[in-house]
Design a protein around this ligand. Structure first.
Ligand code: IMP
Length: 193
């Protein structure tokens, strides 16, 4: 199956390609993909993933896979959630978002959080979306630890790995991450079709 990835987040793309790139799934390189700006105004990760997948499938005339993901912090009532990429403002960098999270969590005892990933695959000509989800539980650190990965990885301590995501190798992160789990669920769902 030829597939476009409906994301212009390079680091997210790389994680998806590393897990999904099998001989049966031929990912169209970014430079051959028609990119479009999609306003992510859905209330849920699933709604945003479907919106992105439908837009990219339409623009490219090929099956399109979208990932909408984010961090949900228990003590912040699930924030930043669907606003994860723009927690500190529309043009916020990862560093800005991490700084805001550190401030909001200052003195907070409950450090529980989860990364959540919703995937949606749209195949042109087929109305039904194929979806999958994954999540990983962890704890928000008081200070960043590590430099690997992206987004909130330096502040996310993963008990399953015994380290922050930003200290994990790409393989270690993929083995337990929300995105790794969602992608493996997606492959399983595709196999059932
Ligand atoms: P999206 O591109 O709208 O799905 O935004 C996802 C945002 O959630 C990213 O910009 C990050 O801030 C955060 N995020 C999602 N997945 C990860 C991850 O694997 N590590 C760290 N941050 C992530």
């Amino acid at each position: 199956m030829r597939l476009v990835i409906a994301s212009n987040n390079l680091r997210k793309r790389r994680e998806i390609e590393a897990i999904l790139g099998t001989p049966r799934i031929n990912i169209v390189p970014a430079e051959q993909t028609r990119f479009i700006e999609v306003v992510e105004d859905g209330d849920t990760f699933a709604a945003n993933a479907e919106k992105k997948a439908r837009a990219f499938a339409g623009a490219n005339g090929l099956p399109a896979l979208a990932d909408d993901s984010g961090l949900m912090v228990e003590a912040l009532g699930g924030a930043p959630g669907v606003y994860s990429s723009r927690y500190a403002g529309e043009t916020a960098s990862d560093a800005d978002n991490n700084d805001k999270l550190i401030r909001e969590m200052q003195g907070v005892k409950n450090r529980k959080a989860s990364f959540v990933c919703a995937l949606c695959l749209i195949i042109p000509g087929e109305n039904e979306a194929i979806t999958a989800e994954g999540h990983v539980d962890g704890l928000i650190l008081e200070v960043p630890d590590g430099v690997a990965g992206f987004g909130y990885d330096p502040l996310f301590y993963c008990p399953e790995l015994g380290k922050s995501f930003a200290r994990a190798t790409a393989e270690e992160k993929a083995s337990v991450s929300h995105r790794g789990r969602a992608l493996r669920n997606m492959v399983e769902n595709l196999g059932k079709l």
